[in-house]
Design a protein around this ligand. Structure first.
Ligand SMILES: Cc1ncc(COP(=O)(O)O)c(C=O)c1O
Length: 389
């Protein structure tokens, strides 16, 4: 490989949320929870940001033509999606975009549809804004998560908005064009606006292909808010840069006004530069990152198959978050968490955080050097030795 995905970097004492949440631990105890990477950003981005830092003046910043062109280039070359830069509204993050979309396009008391187990801020963005969550739980069919379309059609009748997660965090599905179209048709029939969170869209494993919802056709494009970001792809979460991309002119204007009303009018120059460099110069780095993540995924899958064959490790279609089923241990969710944290010293995202459907499951972050994963799984093996088969 041309790039280095194996060097370990301790991130303690730098206000990293994931690291601070585990308190004082030995150096080899690395949290594999929150979806940011234990890997350096591409060297091209690091050197561009050094230049920006050395310039020494960081006044109010906007997103300009170069930025719009960089987003357009990435969407065209990586996602086969022709966008007009005028469709972009930059936000500080995808979550900010979610909150803004809920406030902007629904009224207090309206129902918003989600598909648990799912990224927990979806529910919060709905309920903290005084709206109601309705659920279309994913169903497990022969070890794969699928959409319950009958239930989706029923729930859509009551909903104003649907928040789609594609690829899906935490179950790792990359929705097929057929699945997306079927959901999209139901939404169109029922006047339900689709908000598609595609933050993990660059992280697609070999053999799978991501479809941007808005590329399904004009009628789908006109009824959606696409939430995208370079943050997962290039390890930029703290630079606060994301893009809502909204082909429908009226929806775009309303969303733009909502972001302004919430007082957001300047952006991070570091985020803007990182996006420009990432989207124009770092495609080969992403290709190698994907190989690394996929090989980490195979490592987890093989480790479990050899040591705990009763644990189902779900196919990783997209994201760097691997979902596995520990219900076979027969522990309740709190007992499982206690054993993970206190005995295995493993800080993952406990499945129940994503909704009751996730209880007994674990989500492990694969965006780390291989030796971090090896040590973590070895501790898992010791803590659960009594269950080894
Ligand atoms: C599905 C999904 N959406 C949004 C986010 C966070 O987005 P941001 O940091 O841009 O607010 C995450 C982070 O884990 C995520 O998994």
């Amino acid at each position: 490989m041309k790039y280095d995905f194996q060097t370990f970097h301790l991130r303690r004492g730098i206000e990293a949320i994931k690291w601070d949440s585990i308190g004082n631990q030995p150096d080899d105890v690395v949290p594999l929870s929150v979806a940011d990477m234990e890997l350096l950003s591409p060297p091209q981005i690091i050197s561009a940001l050094k230049e920006t830092a050395e310039f020494g003046m960081w006044g109010y910043t906007w997103w300009g033509e170069r930025y719009g062109k960089a987003v357009q280039h990435w969407m065209r070359t990586r996602h086969n999606w022709e966008i007009d830069p005028a469709w972009i509204v930059q936000t500080n993050g995808v979550v900010q975009g979610l909150y803004a979309a809920v406030r902007c396009f629904t009224q207090p008391g309206d129902n918003v549809l989600i598909q648990p187990p799912v990224y927990y801020p979806f529910r919060r963005s709905i309920e903290l804004n005084g709206r109601k969550t309705i659920e279309n739980p994913l169903k497990l069919v022969d070890g794969r998560y699928e959409i319950d379309f009958d239930d989706f059609a029923e729930k859509a009748k009551q909903a104003k908005m649907f928040i789609l997660c594609n690829p899906h965090n935490p179950v790792g599905r990359v929705w097929t064009p057929e699945e997306l179209r079927r959901m999209g048709d139901i939404c169109l029939e029922n006047n339900v606006l689709v908000v598609s969170d595609d933050i993990h869209f660059d992280l697609i494993m070999p053999g799978y292909k991501h479809t941007v919802y808005a590329t399904l056709g004009e009628k789908y494009a006109q009824n959606c808010i696409m939430l995208t970001a370079p943050s997962k792809t290039f390890s930029l979460a703290a630079l606060c840069v994301a893009n809502a991309i909204i082909p429908n002119k009226e929806l775009h204007q309303r969303f733009y006004d909502e972001v302004n009303v919430s007082g957001c009018y300047t952006y991070s120059i570091f985020g803007v530069r990182a996006l420009e460099v990432g989207y124009t110069e770092c495609a080969d780095w992403v290709d190698e990152l994907l190989q690394h993540i996929h090989s980490n995924y195979l490592y987890v899958k093989n480790y479990m198959a050899e040591n705990f064959p009763q644990i189902k490790v779900f196919d990783l279609e997209g994201t760097y978050l691997c979902w596995f089923d520990c219900r076979c241990f027969g522990l309740d969710e709190k007992a499982l968490e206690k054993k993970m944290v206190e005995e295995a010293k493993l800080y993952l995202d406990e499945g129940y955080l994503f909704g009751k459907e996730g209880a007994g499951f674990e989500r492990i972050n694969l965006a780390c050097p291989r030796n971090v994963l090896e040590k973590s799984l070895a501790r898992f093996g010791e803590a659960f030795a009594a269950y080894k088969q």
